[in-house]
Design a protein around this ligand. Structure first.
Ligand code: APR
Length: 404
């Protein structure tokens, strides 16, 4: 299709990607009275069915409460009030409600939150376009005459019918995850990237098997394991593995045998495995999370290991900071909060990266000594003891889990 047939439109903000970051941002922008169009590469059913995170931390819960969305989004989601850390079969329960002074999160499967965010946006007239192919950014660093001048960035894409469309805008929000296109629009000289490979793999399965009563972390010489609830009759299991393990290296027999060994529970009920995969334990951060009129949000700007459950929460936190900053820019002509966007988000991102790394070391090194040696195993066990025995250590842990 030639350039002449391109359909042109305009919007204040173009949001690219409809994951937790993009859908949260879209809802907050709607509430802030800032117009936006959301472009998502995948189909609606794909987005609704993708299973990933499962815990909304306290900081994210507060964000939805402050924007008046908590009732709609979190109805029926149970409080994440305690966790169990099982060491060689011995249970230790951390009462997060008491340790955090009531600053607890909510257990909610990501796809439920996503579906509710999508429904809230669409029912209120939101413009969300699925099956948007070949999304490309243009002139994100155009000097232009500023917002509203018509000389700002443009986003082009191919719609579900194959027509090429172009949207002129003032701001672009890159919410397209770690493998999206928006970060590639940032020239390497304009940003510093930080990457870290934790040297561990996690084999993960979703199973139609009874979930544990509390989120469960299990430490043993057989390696780390975790088991979490995903709805009333399903659970997610994580089993430490070699980073280069393939999902097919794990058949059902090996999965349940290892789960029973590591959880120290010979009677652990098995069930059909509905999904399996290997999670790469890698971290990534780009600094700054902005280039010209492009703002990177969520996984587009940073990835974190699942340890600590912060990926989705960081995405929601970024979206909140950006929505407030765009409201100030559009409503009051104040671009200061936008100028502070990256630094504001990165402070929290690095705090949570540190927490995630700390927890990763704690639960892996205290288990299988072949990972980091017997000396570090004893150190990790001492840290665990401190976590169970010292109230300030417990408070610090619960505070980091609360987020913010
Ligand atoms: N064009 C349009 N959409 C795109 C493109 C593209 N080129 N590339 C990716 N997308 C879409 C994906 O299909 C996906 O729906 O962007 C969305 C990105 O969503 P996520 O990868 O979930 O990223 P984010 O919203 O930042 O959420 C990140 O949520 O799932 C948790 O813990 C997980 O850390 C993760 C967090």
């Amino acid at each position: 299709m030639g350039y002449n047939t391109t359909m042109r439109e305009s919007s204040r903000v173009v949001v690219i990607g409809a994951g937790p970051a993009g859908l949260t941002l879209a809802n907050l922008l709607r509430l802030a009275g800032v117009g936006c169009v959301v472009l998502e590469r995948q189909s609606r059913s794909y987005v609704e069915q993708r299973q990933r995170a499962g815990v909304l931390d306290y900081a994210s819960r507060r964000i939805f409460e402050e924007w008046g969305l908590a009732e709609t989004l979190l109805a029926g989601a149970p409080e994440d009030h305690a966790i169990e850390i099982r060491v060689d079969g011995d249970p230790h329960v951390l009462d997060l409600r008491a340790l955090s002074g009531g600053r607890t999160g909510r257990a909610i499967p990501q796809q439920m939150l996503i579906t509710r965010l999508m429904t809230a946006f669409l029912e209120n007239g939101g413009d969300l376009r699925f099956d948007a192919g070949d999304v490309a950014l243009h002139d994100i660093d155009a000097p232009g005459l500023g917002p509203g001048s018509g000389s700002g960035p443009r986003v082009t894409y191919r719609d579900a019918e194959g027509a090429v469309r172009e949207i002129a805008c003032d701001y672009v929000a890159g919410c397209d995850g770690h493998h999206g296109v928006t970060r590639t629009a940032v020239p390497p000289r304009a940003a510093t990237t930080y990457t870290y490979d934790h040297g561990i793999g996690w084999f993960t399965v979703l199973a139609d098997a009874p979930p544990p009563r509390l989120p469960l972390f299990a430490i043993s010489s057989h390696g780390f394991a975790a088991q979490f609830q995903r709805g009333p009759a399903a659970c997610r299991l994580y089993l430490e593995c070699a980073p280069d393990d393939a999902p097919d290296d794990w058949n059902d027999e090996r999965i349940w045998k290892q789960a029973r060994l590591r959880l120290g529970d010979e009677t652990l009920p098995a069930g059909p495995i509905v999904d399996k995969g290997v999670v790469e334990m890698r971290s990534f951060v780009i600094d700054p999370m902005r280039y010209g009129r492009l703002f990177l949000v969520g996984d587009a700007a940073h990835i974190i290991t699942p340890m600590g459950g912060k990926g989705m929460n960081l995405a929601i936190g970024d979206a909140d900071v950006l929505a407030r900053a765009l409201r100030a820019a559009v409503r009051d002509g104040d671009e200061e909060p936008l100028a502070a966007y990256s630094a504001t988000c990165l402070r929290r991102v690095w705090n949570q990266q540190e927490f995630s790394r700390w927890l990763t070391e704690l639960v892996h090194e205290s288990g299988d000594a072949s990972l980091a040696g017997t000396f570090r195993r004893q150190l990790a066990r001492a840290r665990l003891d401190r976590l169970f025995a010292s109230a300030p250590a417990g408070h610090a842990f619960a505070d980091l889990l609360a987020g913010g």
